[in-house]
Design a protein around this ligand. Structure first.
Ligand SMILES: [Zn+2]
Length: 68
């Protein structure tokens, strides 16, 4: 019997961001609009990328709004 390793993980990266008006609902710090990139890896081999834009808090990492 063949044993597969289902080792899938996702990494989320902020490529660049700039501050926008508004504040985080969790910690109260300033919000930023960010270009995000999510890469999905299977057994440590990246096989899927996804770029999207979101309003995030760079202080606590909360996603306040997603434009996907
Ligand atoms: Zn925050």
């Amino acid at each position: 019997m063949v044993c597969f390793c289902f080792l899938v993980d996702q990494t989320r990266k902020v490529r660049r961001f700039k501050p926008v008006a508004g504040s985080c609902s969790r910690c109260g710090h300033g919000a930023s609009v960010a270009d995000m990139r999510t890469s999905t890896r299977f057994c440590y081999v990246p096989f899927y990328w996804d770029s999207w834009r979101a309003v995030i808090c760079t202080f606590c990492g909360a996603i306040l709004k997603s434009y996907r």
